[in-house]
Design a protein around this ligand. Structure first.
Ligand SMILES: Nc1ncnc2c1ncn2[C@@H]1O[C@H](COP(=O)(O)OP(=O)(O)OP(=O)(O)O)[C@@H](O)[C@H]1O
Ligand SMILES: [Mg+2]
Length: 186
């Protein structure tokens, strides 16, 4: 039997963090390492409020997603490494309210992050199982990248999904923002 154990830190921070600093960090690590030949574009909404979260864990999520995007591109264009593009987008979507399992009231998840690549897309038969552990098409993949992303985002009260067609995959992460309620008492 294989046991699934994620290297998630025991102590989970919930400090207000800037999502763009997190994305920039993931971008920087990728650009200096595994994604040297890929063109990155960012479309950031600079007015986004902070996210209550754990900076290190969120960097891990977006780094995993950028790594998957990059691996999909370089795998598909191995003959010609040019033309690979990854886009990082952030936006404010105040209307999105979702009932998450285990939650009483619908959650407001207004902060949207999208990671888009122009790789080959995810095969239809794989799409239904994408977030299952050990699901991999890579010779040295663990298939734990996406389940770990889903776990960390769920721990942040958010959600992750994707849309993929041949030539484009988009991974979307929705997150709550830091409470705007005024402090009570005093
Ligand atoms: N952007 C993407 N484009 C195409 N396929 C993808 C993309 N992201 C994920 N996949 C597919 O989903 C599978 C599972 O991804 P996941 O990150 O969970 O594991 P992995 O990347 O195979 O292994 P590891 O993350 O341990 O390196 C991948 O093997 C790949 O087939
Ligand atoms: Mg992966």
């Amino acid at each position: 039997m294989r046991w699934l154990s994620f290297p998630v830190k025991k102590k989970f921070n919930r400090n207000p963090v800037n999502i763009h600093e997190i994305l920039d960090r993931a971008h920087q690590i990728a650009e200096n390492g595994f994604a040297k030949t890929i063109d990155f574009t960012t479309f950031y909404d600079p007015s986004l409020p902070p996210v209550p979260g754990d900076q290190d864990l969120l960097i891990q999520v977006f780094l995993n997603l950028v790594k998957n995007a990059s691996e999909a591109i370089t795998d598909a264009t191995r003959e010609d490494e040019n033309g690979g593009e990854i886009t990082l987008t952030t936006a404010y979507r105040p209307g999105i309210r979702l009932s998450l399992s285990g939650e009483q009231a619908p959650q407001n998840l207004p902060l949207l992050v999208e990671i888009t690549d122009n790789g080959p897309g995810i095969p239809q038969d794989l799409q239904e199982h994408l977030f299952e552990p050990f699901m991999t098409t890579k010779p040295h993949g663990s298939g734990l990248g996406l389940p770990l992303c889903a776990k960390i985002i769920a721990d942040h009260g958010g959600m992750i999904d994707f849309e993929s067609t041949p030539g484009q995959s988009v991974f979307r992460v929705l997150l709550p923002i830091a409470s705007e309620k005024p402090e009570t008492g005093a």
